[in-house]
Design a protein around this ligand. Sequence first.
Ligand code: DON
Length: 600
Amino acid sequence: MNRLLYPALSLLALVSACQTTAPRQASTTTTSTVAQSQGVYQYRDEDPSVKPFFSDRVGTTGRNGMVASAHPEASRVGVEILKMGGNAVDAAVAVQFALAVVYPGAGNLGGGGFMVYRDAKGQLATLDFREKAPGKATQNMYLDSLGNVRPGLSISGHLASGVPGSVDGMVQAHGRYGKLTWQQVLQPAVDLAEKGFSLTDRDARGLNGIKYDLKKINPGKAYFIKGNPADTLRWGKDDRLVQADLGQTLRRIQAQGRAGFYAGETARLLATEMQRGGGLITEQDLADYKSVWRDPLKATYKDLTIITMPPTSSGGVALVQMMRFVEPFPLRKWGWNRDSTVQVMIEAERRVYADRAKFLGDPDFVKVPVPELTSYPYLKTRWTDFNWAKATDSKNVRGGTIPGYESLETTHFSVVDRDGNAVSITTTLNGGYGSRVVVGGAGFLMNNEMDDFSIKPGTPNMYGLVGNAANAIAPGKRMLSSMTPTIIEKGGKLYMVAGTPGGSTIMTSVFQTVLNVVEHGMTMQQSVNALKFHHQWLPDKTIFESGAFSERTQQALQARGYVLERLTNTLGRMDCILVRPDGSFEGASDPRADNTAMGY
Ligand code: DON
């Protein structure tokens, strides 16, 4: 997704009887159930100006498996692997490597991410392959001698990169769950790199858009630039992109596994590239990198079980907090994006992002009070200043109080196989095309994930997120993420696989996508198509996709003091799968980009 997402957003009673109902207190018992029907949702507002869906795309049906990813070539690869008898993890690993070739804006070797896994028997696992700060990183590395932020250094160029985790993550995931050989799951990516693939219109525009950055940061290199050194040429739809160096790197990974990236030739090339550009990552950092299996964050919402990513991502904690904040309210009765529905969701989001800034960080470095933050009694204390008549002022909202606590362009894909094993992976370089550093001789882009640390307390990152000590830089520490790969069970069975890119908006997009299905009765694809909104505590405003709110909803919210900002761009690029009552899979990919669901 666009690296300028938040800056581009300029960094941001006429209430009916049921809408004035005082908020019910959150209860500790959850006997209610989510919407039963999987019919097609009909929008019920009388306001004819509202077109609540981004498009009329309908979901893709599969009976034996489903892959939903950001690029048609990657989804094709995933389905091929499933058809060869691979399981969901084999397909996911193949998709991850294919995306590194065909979707260089976010698919990656030089980045990191998170995997949530549920096997057909209900066994769960989550894998943290988030990047780490290099050993030579320091807390104030992006500040000058006066303590001011040196602009751009955490975003662009060599100093912006953390130690990549994606390759180790795939090695770990495949080693534990894969059925096909490592060579087999790598082969499609090798082929795509060496033989090339046809660019989509969007691929071409993306590469054209970063040409000048690429030339500035990687002088003399031809990567991703059409016809270099004569740079007057522009990529167009159906042009073929062949990536020979990347093909060699993938072959080393295919032949040697982890050592094909974290040692030997690739590690040497990466460390040399870092030295050339003043970056910090060394061969030792690469040798030291290890992804971590973590205990999944598991929580109920009505009759569902949400299985999601614990820290180092903040996404899972935030999703559970938001779901549980709104659980006591009759959202279904109020209706999709009606003023009361939106109001409680905004107020939940405001409080959740304040907690994120205060409490969340790498659990290997700071204590993150996950059970407390997601508990009903704690969430109840956070609602006490909620007022139906008036928006809460973010200035008066701080992270909550937990006794004993010491202060101190991404892409998502979902895969389900015929047995019902499910994988939900979100992975990223952070901004679109990451730091724009291409590793010389190895042909892959490096992340700019260091910007996800709080580089100075209270200073917003590129998504406008602020943080504190919990997310300060330290050598070997993982930077906090918003990525929210999620799997949901209903009645003990697989029900939904969901996730999206979008920086700080990831958690709220997943939140809405889940609610749209489970409360408002949308199909999975309708829910993805549905227009979205977002509030993140600071800046204190609600951004919304044009059409997400009717005029009446806008007026009702503004009368209560909510600041609303209509976007000219979009929110989220979801790739989701729903298991329908008849056992078939509904693949739902986001019509906002090239996302494609393929089933068989
Ligand atoms: O980990 C995070 O929260 C961010 N690095 C995600 C970046 C992202 O989603 C970019 N795409 N829009």
